[in-house]
Design a protein around this ligand. Structure first.
Ligand code: IYT
Ligand code: CU
Ligand code: CU
Length: 301
């Protein structure tokens, strides 16, 4: 499997040739019946003698009833996982049990300087992980909420050289299912002073977030009271200064150009999820006459 793929089944963290850990995880299985026993096998990643000196269970009592780790020469299957409760067992040959985790049981710790011999001539060439899944109802079906990103960006801003204040105003009518903003991010290049985003409902402007683009352009917590629903308007303003420039500055990709971006990270009911939306319309003068004064106040950095 591709080690960079997050669905990859095992991840090996080699700290040095004599000391390594191996991550054994079920490949995204969702059991369909309660009390399923599912197994997966992982080759011992060395032909030399090696010793297992510690185990770290990654299991939840909500879904797993018990988890056993066996060592053997030949696993019962080479599939990514298999049903090892009824038809097939765990190993073709003798399975030696190395580790057990069960709900409420304290994790086993091996004493100092004690290790299970694996690899080499030990007759343990494979680890086989068996998980007994309990109640399937613990596996939720669909993800209840879906995250998404709403990007407002200006396409047509021109900043005149030396001019103290230029606003980039963006606004769009919102005509989709309700979204709940939970984080926002601003982005400009060097000339941006402050970027603010709003929901406008019945003429009332509610701040989603406001930040200086000169601070780290991370996602910051959004105002929780700014849900957006059908019929609202979403708006953003970037305040720029043309001071220090000798020619016009346009929107563009280089650091001598500018950008005006307001990202809204939101969640919405997965029943009608729209994971990406954007707004590139210039906001009208009339609309932006009513923008709260704070949007024009640079944030000191
Ligand atoms: C012209 C402009 O404003 N570009 C922005 C916004 C943008 C982001 C993405 C445009 C497109 C995208 O697919 I994602 I088309 C921009 O490039 N912003 C930068 C990054 O490139 C994302 C930023 O840091 O926000
Ligand atoms: Cu069990
Ligand atoms: Cu940019």
């Amino acid at each position: 499997t591709d080690p960079n793929n997050c669905m990859s089944r095992t991840k090996q963290v080699v700290t040095n040739t004599h000391n390594f850990s191996i991550d054994i995880r079920m490949p995204g299985v969702v059991p369909t019946r309660s009390d399923s026993y599912l197994c997966m096998a992982v080759p011992v990643p060395t032909i030399q003698d090696a010793y297992v000196v510690d185990f770290l269970p990654v299991a939840s009592m909500d879904t797993a009833h018990h988890m056993l780790l066996y060592g053997c020469q030949t696993p019962a299957s080479y599939n990514s996982y298999w049903d090892c409760g009824s038809t097939q067992g765990t190993c073709e040959d003798d399975a030696s049990i190395l580790y057990a985790w069960a709900r409420n049981a304290p994790p086993t710790k091996l004493p100092t300087d004690v290790g299970f011999r694996v690899g080499g001539n030990s007759r343990v060439s494979y680890f086989v992980l068996q998980i007994h899944y309990g109640d399937v109802n613990a596996f939720r079906g669909e993800q209840p909420f879906i995250a998404g990103m709403y990007l407002l960006m200006s396409m047509d801003t021109v900043i005149l050289p030396g001019k103290r204040v230029t606003n980039a105003d963006i606004a769009c009518d919102y005509t989709s299912y309700p979204i709940h903003p939970f984080a926002f991010r601003t982005h400009t290049h060097h000339l941006g002073k402050v970027v603010s985003g709003y929901r406008i409902r019945d003429g009332k402007w509610t701040l989603i977030g406001r930040q200086s683009p000169l601070l780290p352009q991370a996602f910051y917590a959004a105002n929780k009271d700014a849900d957006i629903k059908y019929g609202d308007t979403v708006a953003a303003r970037c305040v720029f200064s043309g001071e220090g420039r000798t020619s016009k500055t346009y929107i563009g990709g280089t650091s001598d150009d500018e950008m005006c971006n307001f990202y809204i990270m939101y969640y919405m009911d997965s029943k009608h999820a729209v994971p990406f939306m954007n707004c590139m319309e210039t906001g009208s003068k009339e609309l932006f006459r009513h923008i709260p004064a704070e949007a024009n106040v640079p944030i000191p950095v």
